[in-house]
Each structure stands twice: as structure tokens, then as C-alpha cells.
Ligand binder design. Structure first.
Ligand code: 26V
Length: 807
């Protein structure tokens, strides 16, 4: 496959510089004297985008002419972050771009940091989708990501007196440099109305329609060898406004269809914990799913005429249940438009569909009231009934899709998919034994595991240049596309000189972070201290609460012996709470209140600091992860489906303190148990412990250390202006503690002290850190995607040899 070069411009002396100037002039309408930061950033982005286009065209053309099977990845969320550095790195232009910008008298880093973070996702699920897009392109698998072009991404978080407040995010306030609008690619998407049955045929007459319009962003993989498309749908009114109503003076009626269209892609739902029950969310789900199905069928019919060949041309992956309506939608088109029998249509759709489960939390499993689904999508409800009947006729003991007046989207997705996958070995086992136990008995070959992965391009090569250069010097430059090669670094774990260089790279990152923290949070932190980081959504099961309780306990310990030989620590937190999740917001406030006291304590402030910068996002992760010494992965066992942050930390040479949960289990296997701080109950022990009445109280009564911490909080030690502020939070730990903070607290504290001790042994710590980097090559999302390609999609690569490595 051709590389990304523009032969016509090769002969010029400094093509990048000229391209930037040309964009400044012809795309932005400015000259260098009058250009603002925005203009420079846009000119740079557009110049980089130009360099992707040829490879992207060629790939697209090659998929058409080669009649390759394509992957369609349907996801409500794509958390892609910034793109300038990512694109430049993937097409090998980082140095050239930096030099050109510098020569033009601009600061490259300032330009890079001016780009808004595309935050079209909440957390792990959305970031996974972004890593998968990078790996699909790198492996040369023809693929398309389909999602929603939200006008407002995930809210911006600020802290006012320690409390989270949410501000609207406005990434589209300025033009988005990377996308191509495709007004000609539009589909009518209907809602509501009624179904007409005539001579055995059904016809849906929607009450309202909006137009789904495509916006394409090229996604070019490593070294620009292949390019795929991220196609995000935006809603437009079918008629701009109703002129007749307008002329009658009924302005509201005139703009009704416009209002519906705008609302559909207005905001990303910021709640990844509870099924919100909002009709609008159901409409969002149907909107993007239906547009995507129409679009892939249109593409299919360009070179096929028999719909029965669809499974040979399209693998449709459902990223969680959010696009699960794809099953009924495809069946509807097959039956109502192409005239297939229901049974055949269901079977054909199933052969195209795969479903990934990302959570076992019961409150996050989607269920729609039957009346609501029937009102918004009447024909789909009929089809869901047919799917249910068909399932019941084959398997009378099958769990129901329609149950107690609800439509269970998990059961629907499972029944309509030929493969269902979990996202780590433990999670997949739990999927088999808990949520889908009955369906698994009926379909024993359907559930497969695909342990998550992360793209090493963004999460090592780009975010950690110091370490990347060292690795390349040692093992050559093939590792970003073949991460297993990192295992060759294991040989160096006894090489003192190399370990010093390895830790010097860490040191560079820690200094960079220290400067940033001083500037943005006004807190002085010492790069010699252990940087202990917990960054993720705030959730009870992730147990940020246990982390802050342990911090207080450590503080107490220092006070009891101020001249002890303590290992200095900086506790770093980052993460947002769902706006309606009261307990999570209380946890944020507690962390900030505790920080206020500890950071100003003259006795401990040189030994212990807490930093919680607001508005954690992909960009912040790219700075925090390379600077971390210790990675906090402390969820209640059985609750974190996989985690992907855990992989990023280990890759960048942080040690994990963690439970046997999600992918932690596999990370520990890969890096070696001696290089991992394990503590806590196992998933089976958690279940067992919960069956004991009063388990929390019993555990706390056995832990004087925890009692003291809880008493301090309850007495208002950290909230003197309102001593009762955390009564409920503390009371809940004594009386309920569903996530077993009480049961794991003491072993967590003890393991933290083991980590303190280990950190003082600098060369053995360095060897342990190196063994983490060297051990986690397997967690490249390239390996994950090879697994999906082989076990679920049955697709190949358009680049020779790319899928041959072991999956
Ligand atoms: C649910 C809902 C419900 C309605 C409102 C919006 C919304 C958004 C997201 C979700 C489900 C979130 C599930 C999720 O993010 N799971 C995470 O997936 C990661 C990738 O597989 C995995 O690493 C994390 O462990 C898992 O928590």
C-alpha cells in the first residue's frame, strides 16, 4: 500500500511550511502578520489532514475494488482526544511539523495545546472505541466507525469550594479541523407514527423524520499504510421550517422539526451509571444506528444484488447495548423492504452482528419500557416480539427479551448476535456465570473473551517521548506496531546503567508534571516523592473513597511519629462524577476537603500531598500516566469489567497496587506477581462476604485504624465549617458498604506500606518498573483487534501479512 507522500511537493525545499502558509491564506483568509493562534493551529491541522488524504482515498478505493469484508463498529462514544500529535506521529511527520511551525515563528507546543479535546465519550468504553479505530487502521482492516457528532461532548468539570460543578463543553465552537462534511450522504430517520398491515406486509409510517448527515474523519494508522473512516452522524431537519405555518404566524410550529433535529445530537449523556430512561436517549440510539445500517446497506448494494451475501461483506459490532436496536432495524429492512421471511431475516441479521458487553453493574444494563419503545419505534416493537417468539419456539426455557413491561436490551443484543464477548478473562467468566448464565447454557459457543487493549502509538510513543526514545535505541523502532518486542527489555533488568536511564526518563516526566501542577493547581510537589495516581470516573465500585481513607490513615501514622522514616508521596486524583450521582460527588468533595487540610499541615506537608486537578480528560491522562510511579486499580473484585488505564500505567513503567479484578488479573500474570502489589478479596470472596449480615461493621470493629479515620471525618475534622457534611457517607460505610471498602481497608493499607518500602530500594524498584513495561506488550489493542478479526468478524487485512502475528 502506498505511503503518505505528495510527490508533487517533494521537490520543494520546505513543503510543510509552504502548505501551512497556503492554508493560512486560502483556507483561513489570513496572512502571517494577522494570524491568531486559532488560525495557525487550523493551518497546521489542515496541512496534516492533507497528508492523510491520499492514503485514505487509496485505502477506500482498495476496499471497494478488492470486495473486502468490512467491519462496522457502532458506538455511542468515541473518546478520541486531540489529533495533531496523533496524526503527525502516525504519518511520521512530527519532526517536520515542529520544524515548519518553529520556522514560521510559532511555538509548536502552544499550537498543539490549543486544540480542544474531542470528548465524545464518558470513559473506558469510548476510549476503547478510539484505540480500536487506531488499531483497525494500523492492521489494514477495512472498517468504519459509526457514532454521533455531539454538539457538546462530556461536560467540563470545575471545583467550587471543593464541589464539582458542570459546565457545557463546546468543542465545536470553533471549526473542527479534521472532518469532511458530506451533505450528500443523508438518510431519513423516522420516529413514532403507526404501522399499516396489508396482505401480510407491514409498512411503518413515522410521525416525524429527521435527516442524518455524515461527517467523516480520516483515521490513518501507523506509518500511514492504511486509512479508515470515523463517520459521525449529525441531525438536520428534513424541512428547514414549515413555510405555511410560518406565514400563518405560528413560528413555534414552523420550527418544530428543526428543534427535534437539533436536540438529538445536542449532548452526550454524561451518565455512565444509570439507565436514564430518557426518550431522547432512545432516539439518539436509534438515530445513529439506523443511519449506519442504511449507509452500510447502500455500500453493500453498490457491488452486490443478493442481500443474502450481507454476512460475507459486513461485520457489525455493537459496542455495548446502545446500538442494540440494529438487530430489529436490520430485520425490519430485510422483511419489510426486501421481502425475506422473518425466520430467514433473523438468521441473516445474526450472522452479521456481534455484541460486546462492558459492564455487569445491574443499574447500567439498558431496559426500555415497552410502551416507550412502542411509541417511538412501533414497527421495531413488533419485530422484537417476532424475535422473542422465534427464540421461545426454539428454546422454550430462554430468558425473555420482553419482561414485566420492559424490553431488555442485553437479552436482545445477545439473542441477535452470533458472538457475544466480554472484555477480560475474569469478566467473560462472570458474564457466563451471572448476567447471561441462562443464555450461555442455551448457546454455549456464543460467548467469547477478547481482553481489551490500548494503542501503543498514543499511550507510549506519543505521550512519553523520553521513554520511547530509550526503547527505540535499545530494541529498534518496530515496537509501536509489534508491542510484544518490548519483552526484549527484560534482559536489561539487571543492567544498572540501563535502569538509571529508564528512571531518568520517568524523572523527566515527573518534573514536567510537577511544573504543571505548580502552575495550574498552585501546589508544590517534589519529583523525588512517589507519584501515586488514581484517574478514572468517580464511582463507588472504583473505591476512590478507600484511597482517600488510606491517605488519612497514613497522615495519622506520620503524626504519631513525625520523625519516622517515611517515603514521601503525592496522591494524585482525576475524574468526573455523573452530574446526578450524589455519593460520587460527595467523594470528590471529601478528597478536596482532605487535601485542604493535609496540604497545609506544617508537620506532614513535605511528606504527603494531595493533588486533584479538575476536568480530567484524555489530554490530562497523557501527562499523568508517564509521570506515575504507582497505579491505583483498587475496584471491588468482580466489578471492573476490564479497565484500560491499568494497561497504560504498566506500559509506562508504573507499578500497580490492585485487586484481582478485570484485566488486573492478566496484567499481573504478564508482568509477574513479584512486580505487582496485590491485595484484597477475590470476586468469589466478595460474593461470599456479602452474604454475612453486618460484614462492614464487623470489619470496621476489627480495624482501629479505620475507626479513627471514620471518626475524624464524622467529627468534621476536614469540614469544620459543616461537621455533619459526611455523616451519610460514613454512616453508609458502617451500615451497608456495598463495595466492601471496610473489608479490604487493612490489607490495602499494609500493601501501601510495602510499596513505600519498595520505593526506597531504587534499583530494585527500577527493575520492577522495567518489568512492567517489558511485560505488557500483549495489551496492545492490535492484539485485541486480531482476536476480534479471527473469532468474531472473520475478516482479513488488506495489507499483506498484517494479521499473521498471534492474536
Ligand atoms: C451506560 C450508560 C447508560 C445510559 C447513560 C449513558 C451510558 C453510558 C455508558 C454506559 C455503560 C458504560 C460501560 C463502560 O464504560 N464500561 C467500561 O468499559 C471499559 C471498556 O471495555 C472497561 O475497561 C471498563 O472496565 C468498563 O467499566
Amino acid at each position: 500500500m502506498a505511503r503518505v507522500t505528495r510527490p508533487d511537493r517533494q521537490d520543494r525545499t520546505d513543503p510543510m511550511k509552504e502548505e501551512i502558509l497556503a492554508h493560512l491564506r486560502y483556507s483561513l483568509g489570513k496572512d502571517a502578520e494577522h494570524a491568531a493562534l486559532y488560525d495557525w493551529r487550523m493551518a497546521l491541522s489542515l496541512s496534516l489532514r492533507d497528508r492523510m488524504v491520499d492514503s485514505w482515498y487509496q485505502s477506500t478505493k482498495a476496499s471497494y475494488t478488492g470486495h473486502k469484508k468490512r467491519v462496522y463498529y457502532l458506538s455511542m462514544e468515541f473518546l478520541i482526544g486531540r489529533l495533531i500529535e496523533d496524526v503527525a506521529a502516525n504519518i511520521g511527520l512530527t519532526d517536520e511539523a515542529r520544524a515548519a511551525v518553529t520556522e514560521l515563528g510559532q511555538d509548536y507546543d502552544i499550537l498543539v495545546h490549543d486544540e480542544p479535546d474531542a470528548a465524545l465519550g464518558n470513559g473506558g468504553l469510548g476510549r476503547l472505541a478510539a484505540c480500536f479505530m487506531d488499531s483497525l487502521a494500523t492492521l489494514g482492516i477495512p472498517a468504519m466507525g459509526y457514532g454521533i457528532r455531539y454538539e457538546h461532548g462530556l461536560f467540563e468539570q470545575d471545583f467550587v469550594e471543593g464541589q464539582q460543578i458542570e459546565k457545557p463543553e463546546t468543542w465545536l465552537a470553533q471549526r473542527h479541523a479534521w472532518e469532511f462534511e458530506r451533505p450528500e450522504v443523508s438518510y431519513k430517520i423516522g420516529f413514532g407514527g403507526h404501522v399499516q398491515h396489508h396482505e401480510g406486509k407491514a409498512k411503518w409510517h413515522p410521525h416525524e423524520t429527521v435527516l442524518a448527515t455524515a461527517f467523516d474523519t480520516p483515521v490513518v494508522g501507523w506509518q500511514g499504510r492504511w486509512g479508515n473512516t470515523l463517520r459521525l452522524w449529525s441531525a438536520r431537519p428534513q424541512k428547514e421550517f414549515d413555510l405555511a405555518s410560518f406565514n400563518r404566524g405560528d413560528y413555534l410550529a414552523a420550527s418544530r422539526s428543526e428543534a427535534l433535529a437539533r436536540t438529538i445530537c445536542r449532548v452526550l449523556y454524561p451518565d455512565d451509571t444509570t439507565e436514564s430512561g430518557k426518550e431522547l436517549r432512545l432516539k439518539q440510539e436509534y438515530f445513529f444506528t439506523a443511519a449506519s445500517i442504511h449507509d452500510l446497506l447502500r455500500r453493500f448494494f453498490i457491488d452486490h444484488d443478493d442481500i443474502r451475501a450481507l454476512p460475507d461483506a459486513a461485520a457489525i459490532q455493537l459496542n455495548d447495548t446502545h446500538p442494540a436496536i440494529a438487530g430489529p432495524e436490520l430485520v425490519r429492512i430485510l422483511v419489510d423492504i426486501h421481502g425475506l421471511e422473518m425466520a430467514e431475516a433473523i438468521e441473516l441479521a445474526r450472522r452479521c452482528l456481534g455484541y460486546t458487553n462492558h459492564t455487569l453493574l445491574p443499574e447500567a444494563l439498558e431496559r426500555w419500557p415497552e410502551w416507550l419503545l412502542g411509541r417511538v419505534l412501533p414497527r421495531h416493537l413488533e419485530i422484537i416480539r417476532s424475535i422473542e417468539d422465534s427464540q421461545q419456539s426454539h428454546h422454550p426455557d430462554s430468558p425473555r427479551i420482553l419482561d414485566h413491561g420492559n424490553v431488555n436490551m442485553g437479552e436482545l443484543a445477545f439473542i441477535m448476535a452470533h458472538k457475544v464477548n466480554g472484555v477480560s478473562a475474569l469478566h467473560t467468566d462472570l458474564v457466563k456465570s451471572t448476567v447471561f448464565a441462562d443464555l450461555h447454557r442455551i448457546h454455549p459457543n456464543r460467548i467469547v473473551n477478547q481482553t481489551n487493549g490500548i494503542t501503543p502509538r498514543r499511550w507510549l510513543y506519543e505521550c512519553n517521548p523520553a521513554l520511547s526514545k530509550l526503547i527505540t535505541r535499545e530494541i529498534g523502532d518496530a515496537w509501536p506496531a509489534d508491542l510484544d518486542q518490548l519483552s526484549r527489555l527484560r534482559d536489561r533488568s539487571g543492567d544498572h546503567g540501563f535502569l538509571q536511564e529508564f528512571m531518568a526518563a520517568k524523572r523527566v516526566n515527573k518534573e514536567r508534571l510537577s511544573n504543571w501542577v505548580q502552575e495550574h493547581c498552585g501546589i508544590a510537589i517534589d519529583p523525588d516523592a512517589m507519584f501515586d495516581v488514581q484517574i478514572k470516573r468517580i464511582h463507588e465500585y472504583k473505591r476512590q473513597l478507600m484511597n482517600i481513607l488510606e491517605t488519612i490513615a497514613f497522615w495519622n501514622e506520620i503524626h504519631a511519629n513525625p520523625n519516622g522514616n517515611w517515603t514521601p508521596r503525592v496522591k494524585i486524583f482525576g475524574g468526573k462524577a455523573a452530574p446526578g450521582y450524589h455519593v460520587a460527588k460527595q467523594i470528590i468533595r471529601l478528597i478536596n476537603d482532605v487535601a485542604g487540610v493535609l496540604n497545609n499541615d506544617p508537620v506532614t506537608k513535605d511528606l504527603l500531598k494531595i493533588v486533584y486537578p479538575p476536568n480530567y480528560n484524555v489530554t490530562m491522562a497523557e501527562m499523568l500516566i508517564p509521570a506515575a510511579d504507582l497505579s491505583e486499580q483498587i475496584s471491588t473484585a468482580g466489578k471492573e469489567a476490564s479497565g484500560t488505564g491499568n494497561m497504560k500505567f504498566a506500559l509506562n513503567g508504573a507499578l500497580t497496587i490492585g485487586t484481582l479484578d478485570g484485566a488486573n488479573v492478566e496484567i499481573r500474570d504478564h508482568v509477574g506477581p513479584e512486580n505487582f502489589f496485590l491485595f484484597g478479596l477475590t470476586a468469589a470472596e466478595v460474593t461470599e462476604r456479602r452474604s454475612h449480615h453486618g460484614y462492614a461493621r464487623a470489619a470496621i470493629e476489627q480495624s482501629p485504624r479505620m475507626q479513627k479515620v471514620l471518626a475524624q471525618i464524622a467529627e468534621g475534622r476536614f469540614s469544620p465549617e459543616e461537621p455533619s457534611r459526611y455523616h451519610d457517607l460514613v454512616g453508609n460505610l458502617w451500615d451497608h458498604d456495598h463495595f466492601l471498602v471496610s473489608c479490604d481497608f487493612d490489607t490495602y493499607f499494609d500493601m501501601q506500606r510495602r510499596a513505600d518500602e519498595a520505593f526506597t530500594q531504587t534499583s530494585s524498584w527500577a527493575a520492577m518498573a522495567l518489568n512492567n513495561t517489558a511485560g505488557v506488550g500483549w495489551f496492545s489493542s492490535d492484539r485485541t483487534i486480531r482476536g476480534y478479526a479471527r473469532d468474531i468478524w472473520n475478516v482479513g487485512s488488506a495489507i499483506d501479512g498484517e494479521l499473521e502475528q498471534s492474536a
